[in-house]
Design a protein around this ligand. Structure first.
Ligand SMILES: [Zn+2]
Length: 493
């Protein structure tokens, strides 16, 4: 019997507020000059008092509602006591037994596999706390400097139940959460900038009793989340198969060697001596009766943008590829452009509609995006409009131009704007299927390639594609390949 891995995730995300969690210092994670956004409150001078940032509370509640969490009527902050040089107070204001959000779930909706995408990962809680400062260790190892710009920045913490079973599932969960946080506008959630941080705990066992738990910390990309878990499953399996015991410890990820390594052995569960923060009031989050409570949950839900998994469902009704839908819901500008374009195809009957929508998607996601990237063009600078783009797609769909000519027209439209029909006329790119126009071209290609023409006559049918390609090049992609095929076959028979 195989060992079954059980994985739980702990995700921290820095919230996007104007000011810090308990003072009015700027919340600016990009600040380059150390110790600029600081004040006596976030430096924990004696006698200072914290004031709660209501915006941050609202953001965590928005996340909780999106995740289907229970939002308890009352909440409070607690002190988590521990000493570390980047923590000026000697304790962190966090939440212990009355978090803002309890329970909830997030599906693996970004999976390309539609069955896996339905799988739901249960969430234990989502709460609010403050971030710590940053330690900067000198390269010579002789000194450490502290930057308190980040101290007191609002930090959301989400904990999942131990219900994840692979590195891929953990990655999909984290990717889905990142997209949600971005769509809700509560965090930039860039993992490489530390705006979103993942910790993993993982154990292996053969029965229902959980095995010894190992933590992996400081995972700074989705790839590393997946790889480190898969590595750890492999490592622990080997330890257990040898009849040895897994040691309870915290491990880090060595990016160079792509392995986890032991950082420290776990002492007994840390006693943080949590107690209610005496300087902050207990919070009445939402009312049982009107006009009593900090937030109106119905109002928050009304103002919440379309959730990404709902958007995906909507896109999937239009185009049947999960990969395409994932690309669209992860790129807001592309999605908006796509939706504007396909609005123009409302009159087309359903079976054909799917074809034209997939055509639209392909020209948008590969051709248009490719041209934008190579020309360093951003959406705001784009000369092509959804209106003219839909016209071009319609011409391609109705076989008025070849796909090769379509790409030329698109390049022109991206650079100069303009109407696709006029560009086609001025460049002579209309599809030529007229035999009297194509016949002389076919004769010329046969004359210029006598050996290949001979091969075809001897039965090598696959050389026909080469001849058609030559004729296509000759007409700069304007010739209709089906007409060419017929004419070549006729002349070579
Ligand atoms: Zn401050």
């Amino acid at each position: 019997m195989e060992f079954k891995p059980t994985i739980g995730l702990e995700v921290h995300a820095e919230l996007k507020t104007k000011t810090k969690m308990f003072c009015d210092c700027l919340n600016n994670p990009e600040e380059k000059i150390a110790n600029t956004n600081i004040c006596p409150i976030c430096l924990a001078h004696p006698g200072t008092l914290p004031v709660i940032n209501k915006k941050a509370l609202g953001q965590v509640i928005t996340v909780g509602l999106a995740l289907n969490s229970e939002i308890p009527e009352y909440s409070k902050f607690d002190r988590k006591n521990y000493f570390y040089p980047d923590l000026p107070k000697g304790y962190q204001i966090s939440q212990y037994d009355m978090p803002l959000c309890k329970g909830g779930e997030l599906s693996l909706f970004l999976s390309n596999d539609l069955e896996e995408a339905k799988e739901k990962i249960e969430i234990t809680r989502v709460h609010l706390e403050e971030d710590t400062g940053k330690l900067i260790h000198a390269a010579n190892g002789e000194s450490t400097l502290i930057d308190f710009n980040r101290a007191g920045v609002p930090l959301m913490e989400l904990v999942t139940e131990p219900v994840i079973h692979s590195g891929k599932e953990a990655r999909l969960f984290a990717q889905g959460l990142q997209l949600l946080l971005r769509i809700l506008g509560v965090s930039e959630a860039n993992m490489d900038r530390g705006q979103m941080r993942c910790e993993v705990n993982i154990s292996l066992s053969k029965d229902k009793k959980l095995g010894t738990k190992v933590e992996i910390k400081n995972l700074n990309s989705f790839r590393v989340v997946e790889k480190s878990i898969d590595f750890e499953i492999q490592r622990q399996t080997e330890v257990l198969e040898k009849g040895e015991k897994v040691i309870q410890e915290t491990r880090g990820w060595d990016a160079g060697k792509e392995i986890t390594y032991s950082q420290r052995l776990k002492e007994e569960a840390k006693d943080y001596r949590y107690f209610p923060e005496p300087d902050l009031p207990r919070l009445h989050i939402h009312p049982k009766e009107e006009s009593d409570g900090l937030f109106n949950l119905e109002e928050i839900e009304k103002q919440t943008p379309e959730l990404p998994w709902k958007k995906k469902e909507r896109v999937m009704e239009l185009c049947s590829f999960s990969e395409n839908a994932n690309l669209l819901i992860q790129d807001e500008k592309l999605m908006n452009f796509f939706e504007e374009v396909i609005k123009k195809f409302n009159d087309i009957d359903i079976k054909n509609k799917e074809k034209i929508i997939n055509l639209t998607f392909n020209y948008l996601a590969s051709d248009l995006k490719g041209l934008m990237e190579s020309g360093s063009i951003v959406w705001g600078q784009l000369k092509i409009t959804p209106q003219s783009f839909s016209k071009l797609i319609f011409l391609l769909f109705n076989d008025k131009i070849s796909s090769r000519a379509g790409k030329d027209v698109l390049a022109e439209m991206v650079k100069e704007g303009g109407d696709p029909e006029e560009i086609i006329k001025s460049k002579g790119l209309e599809k030529i299927s007229d035999g009297s126009q194509l016949d002389p071209i076919v004769s010329e290609i046969i004359k210029n390639n006598p050996k290949i023409a001979e091969d075809y006559k001897k039965g090598k049918e696959n050389v026909l594609q080469f001849l058609i390609g030559q004729a296509m090049a000759k007409t700069r992609g304007a010739a209709d390949p089906k007409s060419l095929e017929k004419l070549f076959k006729k002349q070579l028979s």
